[in-house]
Design a protein around this ligand. Structure first.
Ligand code: ADP
Ligand code: AMP
Length: 219
């Protein structure tokens, strides 16, 4: 099945997806993470999009659709979470075609609802393991052992360039003006479940699992 985790930057999509990967072996496709890898590997695409991402702008639909097509070439998994995609209605429409070629469709959209006040504090404290990309929060969600990644035992953490003030402001703006309409696209199909993502990480985990259990996806 295909799930879309939908919500503003910092709403906890990646955190919940990481949890489902670990617990149930879901595949997690974060388009932001795919793009950051291109930048890190200094590929032609990475060099092309770097300044765009750092400014908090969206990457073009054409580039994003190519990236997502490639996801299905790699390998198949029973359950795949898309996190950060689609972000425009055009992406959502084209995604339907990509999925149907692979005999798939979006089965469930989990809408992470959080007030913008919470988001700022979350994004400002976000830390990413430099080795494996696992996401933490300095205060709300630190590694179990201070300074050591729970997953890969890496000891270097970094802040994202685009979590700084001006890029962040632009990302919130784009979420409101461009991305939010994607939810209506899926609401019309009756596949959106909204959860209160302002609650603590553990509570949100339970509520996400409940949404999946209601569909018989996990028990
Ligand atoms: P997104 O993928 O939606 O951009 P993240 O999962 O990266 O969001 O979470 C953003 C920041 O907020 C991270 O530092 C993360 O540890 C923290 N966080 C995630 N969920 C919660 C929560 N329910 N309560 C408090 N902090 C959270
Ligand atoms: P994220 O990791 O989801 O916060 O995404 C980080 C950045 O990657 C965004 O601010 C955009 O610049 C870019 N990005 C990620 N996903 C998309 C997408 N679906 N469409 C356009 N740009 C994207």
């Amino acid at each position: 099945m295909v799930f879309v985790f939908f919500g503003p930057p910092g709403s906890g999509k990646g955190t919940q997806a990481q949890y489902l990967v670990k617990k149930y072996g879901f595949r997690h496709i974060s388009t932001g993470q795919l793009l950051r890898q291109e930048i890190q590997n200094k590929t032609a695409l990475g060099l092309d999009i770097k300044s765009h991402i750092e400014a908090g702008e969206l990457v073009s639909d054409d580039v994003m659709l190519e990236l997502v097509k490639n996801v299905f070439k790699d390998k198949n998994s029973e359950h795949v979470i898309f996190d950060g995609f689609p972000r425009t209605v055009h992406q959502a429409i084209a995604f339907e075609d990509i999925l149907s070629v692979n005999n798939l469709r979006v089965d469930l959209v989990i809408n992470f609802e959080v007030s913008f006040d919470h988001l700022l504090e979350r994004v400002k404290g976000r830390l990413t393991c430099k080795t494996c990309g696992h996401v933490y929060h300095e205060i709300n969600n630190p590694p179990i052992k201070t300074g050591v990644c729970d997953f890969c035992h890496g000891v270097e953490f970094e802040k994202r360039n685009d979590d700084e003030d001006s890029a962040l402001k632009r990302r919130f703006e784009l979420y409101k003006t461009e991305t939010q309409t994607v939810k209506d696209f899926y609401s019309d199909r009756g596949i959106v479940v909204s959860i209160d993502a302002s609650l603590a990480v553990e509570t949100v985990k339970k509520n996400v699992e409940k949404a999946l259990a209601d569909l018989g996806i996990v028990s």
